[in-house]
Design a protein around this ligand. Structure first.
Ligand code: GSH
Length: 227
């Protein structure tokens, strides 16, 4: 049965678009327009009660959370993008969790308060802006010591983190101040598989200010309705 991927062109979606290109796996793409509220459709809620992309259906298994999806796909296809054992695997999972628990949520909150919040709350912008800077410094330290996050090899830890480092200007980051992160970013961006991954659904990428309807779906009562 063909793998089905429910996704949209956001950093969390791009992780899986890139991984599937790296694995060379065919898949059926089901776009979920999160600005239009398609994440609340019953058929999507049946796959993920968390109503967020990405999610997959694979051989009768429905999975959400991009990190779990990446681990599942690499284990199923015996991919070295998740080292099979030993310290390489532990380090890969460590940096994957650093992305899932740190980079993603903190950068997301920064975007929200800097770009989308209806009122400017300086404390929130400053707090998450500081976290964005701090997390870049952690990455800089690691990538000054090793070519990739888990060590010598490119892994899903890099794939998960890369989409959050693209477009650094959106987070007030100048990668010239983080030369090791820049070297790592440029090496990953040059991979044809990555270029193909970030091109998936690119024509739907949101540009310009949010409409009232998008704002309502993402941040309003619709988002927080009990389901
Ligand atoms: N921890 C989740 C985060 C997923 C997530 O936040 N997805 C966003 C797009 S990047 C989404 O679907 N948002 C829809 C909404 O907030 O309703 C993962 O890594 O899969």
């Amino acid at each position: 049965m063909t793998l089905r991927l429910h996704s949209w062109p956001t950093p969390n979606g791009h992780k899986i678009h890139i991984l599937l290109e790296e694995l060379g796996l065919p898949y059926e793409l089901v776009p979920v327009n999160i600005g239009a509220g398609e994440q609340f459709r019953p058929e999507f809620l049946a796959i993920t009660p968390n109503h967020r992309i990405p999610a997959i259906e694979d051989d009768g298994v429905a999975l959400f959370e991009s990190g779990a999806i990446m681990i599942h796909l690499c284990e199923k296809h015996a991919s070295p993008l998740l080292p099979a054992s030993g310290p390489e695997r532990a380090l890969c999972l460590q940096w994957l969790m650093f992305q899932m628990g740190g980079v993603g949520p903190m950068f997301g909150q920064y975007n929200h308060f800097a770009a989308y919040a209806p009122e400017k709350i300086p404390y929130a912008v400053e707090r998450y802006g500081n976290e964005v800077q701090r997390l870049h410094r952690v990455l800089e330290k690691r990538l000054s010591a090793a070519p990739y996050l888990a060590g010598d090899a490119y892994t899903i830890a890099d794939i998960a983190t890369f989409p959050w480092i693209r477009n650094p200007e959106r987070r007030g980051i100048d990668l010239d101040h983080f030369p090791a992160v820049k070297r790592w970013h440029d090496a990953i961006a040059a991979r044809p598989t990555v270029a193909r991954g970030v091109a998936v659904l690119a024509e739907n990428q949101r540009r310009g200010p949010m409409t009232e309807k998008e704002r309502e779906n993402m941040f309003g009562a619709t988002q927080f309705q009990a389901r």
